[in-house]
Design a protein around this ligand. Structure first.
Ligand code: PLP
Length: 367
């Protein structure tokens, strides 16, 4: 029997909280205040508290959150930023949009995150920022990364787009480094009804610079201090995110149950499962598995009604967009191998263990 297992149905979180969300959106509409305002300020405060940071700034999307923070950190032409060789392209785009050069560092094969041991050798006198990504929801090794950054006098911006509610050494991602960039894209663990993003930081001056850059480079209307841009979190999204935020830990715990089930039941199958790190609690944004026969497995699961996705099929250095950086095939073999073997299984707060069991059985019977 075929059981339909969607990769993720973002509508489910809406349906779970429909009356509260409808009311919050109606309140935002009714207020007649459609840029900045109370809804945004309140969500920023709640999200900063949740993430353990002094400040949160709502922005238009996750890419802007990365780019604007790099700008606020003073990154510009001639600078270098350390990035993972395996990430979503947004991490790299933010760097090149500032005119700087992304310097890729390979991941640790177990954590799938940037390997802190390899960062130092990639640093030069031009390195301005280290930009680790908490990929798939599992926190990067912030202890060693921050220690190195402090020693070298460079800043750390974390890409937290996949890590809402994840914990590193017991503390939620949000206040470890100099700043964390967030995405509230609908499919994220905390998702809006459209594009949204933000930054958390403990640094008051950095927060102020981010706000200014995001608002046309202006603190006072029609007085422009720097060449900024326009990137703001809309009140409608802020109102919805504020309703969802108190449910995030519970939703992440449900993702964690699916992940634990997968890990247990996929142990002796043809796929390699991710290894949770002892000092980390993943947000399980994604559940990646790895197989040499990835494409055949992908097709088999599709036939069985199970939707899977690849994160990501082409590493940034192999993208046409980054040909100008001059990297050849083979330049980052770990990232390339991951791109050839990775498959993300369905996971989400509304997925059932029965669906997870069906996924595991289908993989176990894959020859
Ligand atoms: C790791 C990572 N960084 C950045 C982004 C960019 O976020 P957004 O789509 O909100 O611009 C995403 C999400 O798409 C992401 O997964």
């Amino acid at each position: 029997m075929i059981v339909k297992v969607p990769f993720l149905d973002v509508r489910n979180t809406y349906l779970e909280l429909k009356p509260e969300l409808d009311q919050a959106v109606a309140r935002a509409l009714d207020s007649g205040w459609y840029i900045f305002g109370e809804e945004v300020a309140q969500f920023e405060k709640s999200f900063a508290d949740y993430a353990g940071a002094r400040f949160a700034i709502g922005l238009g999307n996750g890419l802007d959150a990365l780019r604007i923070t790099l700008m606020a950190m003073g990154v510009s032409e001639g600078d270098e930023v350390i990035v993972p060789s395996n990430t979503y392209i947004a991490t790299w785009l933010a760097v090149t949009q500032c005119g700087a050069r992304p310097v890729p560092v390979e991941p640790d094969i177990d954590t799938l995150n940037i390997d802190p041991q390899r960062i130092e050798q990639a640093m030069t006198s031009k390195t301005k920022v280290i930009l680790p990504v908490h990929l798939y929801g599992q926190p990067a090794a912030m202890g060693p990364i921050l220690e190195l950054a402090r020693h070298k006098g460079v800043q750390v911006l974390e890409d937290g787009a996949q890590a809402h509610g994840a914990r590193y050494r017991g503390t939620r991602i949000g206040g470890h480094g100099d700043a964390v960039a967030w995405s509230f894209y609908p499919g994220k663990n905390l998702g809006a009804f459209g594009d949204g993003g933000g930054v958390t930081t403990n640094d008051a001056e950095l927060a102020e610079r981010i706000r200014t850059i995001a608002n046309y480079g202006s603190k006072v209307k029609y007085v422009n201090e720097v060449c900024g841009l326009n990137s703001r979190l809309d009140p409608i999204h802020a109102a919805a995110l504020a309703v969802k935020l108190p449910f995030l830990d519970e939703w992440n715990a449900r993702r964690g149950e699916i992940a634990a089930y997968y890990r247990k039941h996929l142990q002796d199958t043809c796929v390699r499962v991710p290894t949770p790190q002892p000092d980390c609690t993943s947000s399980w944004h994604l559940f990646p598995v790895f197989s040499q026969r990835r494409d055949a497995l992908h097709a088999r699961l599709k036939e069985a009604g199970i939707e899977t996705l690849i994160h990501y099929p082409i590493p940034p250095h192999m993208q046409q967009a980054y040909q100008f950086l001059g990297f050849e095939k083979g330049a980052f073999p770990i990232a390339e191998a991951l791109a050839e073997t990775e498959l993300s299984l369905p996971i989400g707060p509304h997925m059932t263990l029965e669906q997870a069991a069906y996924v595991c059985e289908t993989i176990a019977s894959f020859q």
